[in-house]
Design a protein around this ligand. Structure first.
Ligand code: ZN
Length: 415
């Protein structure tokens, strides 16, 4: 594989020393074998496009060979499209996991800021459905958050090859500085072009990317849900009305969801757990519905262990997340849960269905959910059942999709 580097502001004509270009301006392509000690990519695997294709190809001002056609360009972390170097970057899609952030700050090093003013951050991936072929990917990055080096470092890989190794964007381009990187000759034969970010310090970040190819294209036979983000739909206190909920969720294609169940409601009715698993995940709400704030450590531990056993006996995987009844959380509760491999969480938005909120009020509560957030609902509340079709419509109108809950953080992420 051959890599190629370019830097922002292809409009500057003179070649400038590598280390200067990231904060000032640069030519489209850089022969980087000499002056790139500050670059995370080792020089041995970096060449300019002139080295890899010495014969006839020409390159445009953005460093992309004119022989290549645009496959897709994505404005990561944004629900708006944006233009950069004459390319239209579509609203964020194809991501699995990550969180989003945007800024109004001007971006240094480029005259078109928009693509760089949003980011998807975290440890996550993009999975782009493409036909077999050879691809060139132009990555766009910026440090939108930190004001010092060492605060954020991450790895970025393309098709499992590390491209940016312990990347420190602040060290490379400063705060709000544009950083572009071109990855050439990426061969894809498995139907999916993978871009993966892995946090070392804080979080990985990517502001956008454009994919080019001479022989490959988007695989449009793969349906792509238009998800700008994911929200966690959760139903507590079951199993109680599972058949009705599962049917309604399936009919509205409102999946996946998460059920927080009480073992003493399972009884001999393990089929309800099987039904739940057909539309999402089953997690722990305690064996009984007692407020764990009234318990000592051992009582909590025993209750949670008993619930884990009941859930597993009904055929579900061992729970990883515990939502305490009434949302009661303290250090003892967290510790007991943690000792059983459970992360204790509550919610971001309370639907108030337990307090007789109407179906439309429940839909309004769903309307307040932002990417990554989780809403509390209940399986024993008819209004939450009635709200399901409108919840699906609300989320679809906002390009949000149901997600699963991250077992480490409790945040909603791509299924
Ligand atoms: Zn409850």
């Amino acid at each position: 594989m051959v890599f190629e580097i370019s830097f922002p502001l292809a409009r500057c004509s003179a070649a400038i020393l590598f280390s200067v270009m990231v904060t000032a301006c640069g030519s489209g392509n850089v022969e980087s074998s000499s002056a790139n000690s500050s670059n995370p990519q080792s020089s041995s695997s970096v060449t300019s496009s002139a080295d890899s294709s010495p014969s006839s190809s020409s390159t445009s001002s953005d460093g992309i060979s004119d022989d290549l056609s645009l496959v897709v360009a994505i404005n990561a972390g944004s629900t708006a499209s944006a233009t950069y170097n004459g390319v239209e970057y579509q609203t964020d899609r194809y991501s699995r996991g990550g969180s989003v952030n945007e800024t109004d700050d001007p971006i240094s090093g480029v005259s078109e800021d928009a693509v760089f003013q949003s980011e998807r951050y975290g440890t996550y991936s993009y999975e782009i459905p493409v036909t077999s072929g050879t691809y060139t990917i132009e990555l766009h990055l910026a440090e939108l958050y930190w004001n010092a080096s060492g605060e954020r470092t991450f790895n970025l890989s393309v098709e499992d090859q590390t491209i940016l190794d312990a990347m420190d964007l602040y060290a490379e381009a400063g705060h709000d500085g544009a950083y572009n990187y071109i990855v050439d000759n990426v061969s894809v034969a498995d139907g999916t072009l993978d871009i993966a970010l892995e946090a070392i310090e804080d979080a990985g970040t990517l502001s956008g990317f454009a994919v080019y190819s001479a022989d490959g294209e988007l695989d449009t036979s793969v349906p792509v849900p238009d998800c700008s983000g994911y929200v966690g739909l959760t139903y507590d206190d079951g199993p109680v009305n599972t058949t009705a909920f599962v049917n309604a969720l399936q009919q509205a294609s409102l999946v996946p969801v998460t059920f927080f169940v009480n073992g003493n409601n399972i009884g001999n009715n393990s089929s309800s757990i099987t039904q739940m698993l057909s539309v999402g995940e089953v997690q722990s709400h305690g064996y009984t519905h007692t407020d764990p704030g009234s318990y000592g450590y051992q009582q909590i531990y025993d209750d949670l262990q008993r619930n884990n056993q009941a859930i597993e006996a009904a055929g579900a995987p061992k729970p990883t997340i515990y939502r305490p009844p009434y949302g009661t959380l303290n250090g003892t509760i967290r510790q007991a849960a943690n000792d059983l491999g459970l992360v204790a969480i509550t919610w971001d938005v309370d639907s108030a269905d337990w307090n007789n909120a109407s179906a439309s009020a429940i839909v309004s509560a769903v309307g307040r959910l932002q990417d990554g957030q989780v809403i509390l609902m209940h399986e024993n509340q008819p209004n939450s059942l009635a709200a399901i079709p409108q919840i699906a419509a609300n989320l679809e109108a906002r390009d949000l999709c149901p997600g699963r809950l991250d077992p480490n953080t409790g945040r909603a992420i791509a299924p």
